[in-house]
Write a protein that binds this ligand. Structure first.
Ligand code: BEZ
Length: 252
């Protein structure tokens, strides 16, 4: 994972990430009482939604801060700390579910992550997920790249946003049959008059490591945001240009 989470701010100001995830849980085709691993469970909000649907849920996340929030809010759900590309369950589950996580994992670690998911599933188990897809936040990353370049820095997009074709091939190669795949645009409203600059500060951290000072980092953010105002701000409300990739696959 390419991030140090601010779990409190994520829960208070970026709740749309897990709220949108409720629609992804609808893709699961499993009976009440089925076992589910919520991979990259974050603050546990979707683990709780899955439990409320009658599933037996385990949450897993790499972030100790996010897990502390999850454990405090939902003490009756077991949560474990592990890397999504390096974990092993004691007992296989019926479903592995994940929302807004896999784009944080570098492309070269995706096969390893998919092998962990495959091993975690029972025979014919389901793999249901949503992640950022090809073109996700393109306007934002392009504006940041332009402003970085004007300041004499190279911008490196830290995320992996695959197309359906690319990711379905990977998933199939690791022993799954893809039953459903969808790539769609989702303009997403951000909270507050500083919605976009807050979003950049929250989610785009690693590219700024090359920038000399915090003051210059802030100038870059301000300039990128001003460049995007015409495209991503309407009537004072900021939006982010999300593209989602959703899939449901079954273990061969
Ligand atoms: C996403 O959910 O697609 C996403 C969220 C934050 C940063 C990048 C992508």
């Amino acid at each position: 994972m390419n991030i140090q989470w601010n779990a409190g701010k994520y829960t208070s100001d970026f709740s749309f990430v897990y709220q949108y995830g409720n629609a992804v849980t609808e893709l699961i085709e499993a009976d009440t009482g089925s076992t589910i691993l919520d991979l990259g469970c974050g603050n546990g909000a979707l683990s709780k939604a899955l439990k409320d649907k009658g599933f037996i849920v385990t949450g897993m996340d790499a972030s100790a801060d996010q897990l502390a929030v999850a454990r405090e809010k939902y003490p009756d759900i077991p949560f474990y700390q592990a890397d999504a590309a390096d974990f092993c369950l004691n007992e296989p589950v019926d479903v592995v579910f994940s929302n807004a996580v896999f784009h944080w994992i570098d492309a070269d670690r995706q096969p390893q992550m998919l092998r962990c998911v495959h091993r975690a599933l029972k025979e014919s188990g389901q793999f249901v997920f949503e992640m950022g897809g090809c073109g996700n936040n393109r306007m934002i990353h392009e504006a940041l790249a332009e402003v970085f370049s004007e300041h004499g820095y190279a911008y490196s997009n830290p995320f992996y946003f695959p197309s359906i074709g690319e990711y379905a091939s990977l998933v199939e190669k690791e022993g799954f049959q893809v039953k459903y795949a969808l790539l769609f645009d989702r303009m997403t409203e951000l909270k507050g008059e500083n919605g976009l600059s807050d979003w950049i500060r929250m989610f785009v951290k690693t590219p700024f490591a090359v920038v000399a000072s915090e003051a210059e980092q802030e100038r870059i953010i301000e300039q990128a945001v001003e460049r995007l105002r015409g495209q991503l701000c309407r009537d004072g409300v900021w939006y982010a240009d999300y593209v989602r990739l959703r899939m449901r696959a079954v273990k061969n």
